[in-house]
Design a binder for this molecule. Structure first.
Ligand code: ADQ
Length: 475
């Protein structure tokens, strides 16, 4: 079995299968932020690999290479997808970690499958990592993996990064098997979070539920028998985006033209307001639509002059809460359009599909205002993508204080999206903000994101990981 110095473990591999006309499968890399960040980091190590699910149920394909990365697929069958992925990950942990916006659902058999699926990822990672190598585990689907790897491979350095919030202990305590989850995470040398409040919530949960000794950010995990006590650090690393890749797109004349064309296709309105989200109840799409509908009802927004474009990426459509959300959002959009749209033009242009990066950038460049109204969000990359897509230093970002990005993007119009009146007045303020004021805020927002890109995020995490924890056990 080949061994690698740096191994990333995530639920999904960074590739999608494409079936060719002759029936053969081709793997196309899906260049999300994490892939981009890891690509640049992996180029700096002798040998990097990625362990994850390839995206279809059943037997795992053989390990393969794509874009210079070594990929090790993990098998998930129909039961794993139902109980580990849609069940415990997305119907138990996801709502609980996002402040119980919808009720978490829990079934005991889901837990059993979460454990067995986590073991499969851990086992594969342990098998392909070089002696004394580094493993970086990602996100809430794999919280047991750090401890499982450690029991197989005490010689490796293990980091864990949580992309979503970590809830206050009062909420986290509701989770059945909560202590097993904490012990799973404490198998890492470094546990990273998006916001300072997430790191503190985690340390608090460890203190209160496990009674561990904590000195500032370092937890001491007691040794058992011959196993020495270990130290685990919890630290904050706000994730970011590949700013250079965005800059390349905004320099492209075709994309400028596409942005202008989009405005014409929307009927050349004076103002375009944009929302871009996975269709997820955490994103506050219903609150945004309520505020927009009221602004139209109040007559303070003229639908012939101002249009809302809502991009809603299909997401988790087999989970009940997501099906319900889609129905509600589409009903509301239909009602608002029925009540207010001018003939032949929408009041809300609703797009339930994915777009490539070029189209996304053109949308950001065309948008006078972007609304990020998440009720809870680990970071929210849309907010960062928008400001980097505006080299003209114009446009207004309305940003929920419940998104992780609000800690850094202080110059945005910060809102509490639960307060519909506040959301309405922030939207109006954004629509009427003078160009100089936009310029001033946008300058500060752009500086923040351009100075902290996703590559620097990954480097900071990996550097800290080399210093965190106890010295690795000898090989
Ligand atoms: P997400 O919940 O998926 O990520 P977000 O951070 O906003 O949320 O990232 C969404 C990404 O998808 C953005 O890059 C956006 O451009 C893209 N996208 C959205 N709709 C699209 C569409 N229709 N077509 C194409 N692309 C689309 C989780 C956490 C976040 C955290 C990230 C990264 O929930 O809080 O910021 O991980 O850690």
């Amino acid at each position: 079995m080949p061994t690698h110095d740096l191994v990333v473990v995530a639920n999904r591999l960074p590739v999608d299968a494409k079936t060719l006309p002759d029936g053969a499968t081709e793997w196309v890399t899906s260049p999300g932020g994490l892939v981009t960040a890891m690509e640049s980091v992996m180029r700096g190590v002798d040998s990097g690999a990625w362990v994850g699910w390839a995206g279809s149920p059943g037997e795992a394909p053989e390990p393969f290479e794509a874009d210079g990365m070594h990929l090790y697929p993990v098998a998930l069958d129909g039961t794993d997808i139902e109980k580990y992925y849609e069940g415990f990950s997305n119907a138990t942990l996801w709502p609980l970690y996002h402040d119980v916006i919808v009720d978490p659902v829990y079934h005991r058999t889901w837990w059993d499958t979460y454990v067995s699926a986590n073991r499969r990822f851990a086992h594969e990672a342990a098998a392909v990592t070089a002696p004394g190598g580094t493993i970086w585990v990602h996100d809430y689907q794999l919280q047991l993996v750090p401890e499982m790897i450690r029991s197989e491979r005490p010689d490796v350095r293990i980091g864990f990064f949580n992309h979503i919030p970590f809830p206050p202990v009062e909420l986290f305590s509701q989770l059945p098997k909560r202590n097993q989850v904490l012990r799973g995470l404490l198998g890492a040398d470094l546990v990273g979070f998006q916001r300072e409040s997430d790191s503190l919530n985690f340390l608090n949960a460890v203190r209160q539920l496990l009674g561990s000794h904590i000195d500032q950010r370092t937890v001491t995990v007691p040794g058992i028998g011959a196993v020495e006590p270990r130290e685990v650090t919890a630290q904050t690393f706000p994730i970011s985006i590949d700013t250079e890749a965005v800059a390349e797109l905004t320099d492209d004349q075709d994309i400028h033209e596409r942005a202008a064309q989009l405005r014409r296709e929307l009927g050349s309105p004076k103002k375009i307001v944009l929302g871009v989200d996975r269709l997820d109840y955490t994103k506050g799409i219903r609150h945004r639509l309520k505020a927009w509908g009221e602004l139209l009802n109040d007559g303070v927004i003229d639908p012939r002059e101002t249009v809302l474009v809502q991009v809603a990426t299909p997401s988790r459509e087999r989970v009940d809460a997501y099906r319900q959300l889609r129905d509600e959002v589409e009903l509301t959009v239909g009602r608002i359009n029925g009540d207010h749209a001018p003939i032949g033009r929408p009041a809300i242009s609703y797009l339930h599909r994915s777009f490539d990066r070029k189209d996304m950038t053109a949308l950001y460049m065309a948008a006078d205002v972007v609304l990020v109204t998440a009720l809870r969000d680990g970071m929210n990359l849309v907010a960062k993508e928008y400001v980097v897509s505006r080299p003209d230093v114009q446009g207004v970002l309305v940003l929920s204080e419940f998104a992780g990005a609000a800690d850094e993007l202080r110059a945005a119009l910060l809102v509490n999206p639960h307060d519909i009146d506040e959301l309405k007045s922030a939207t109006l303020r954004a629509l009427t903000m003078p160009a100089e004021e936009q310029h001033e805020a946008m300058t500060s927002l752009r500086r923040q994101v351009l100075d902290h890109d996703v590559q620097s995020w990954a480097r900071a995490f990996l550097e800290e990981l080399q210093n965190a924890g106890s010295p690795a056990a000898p090989v």
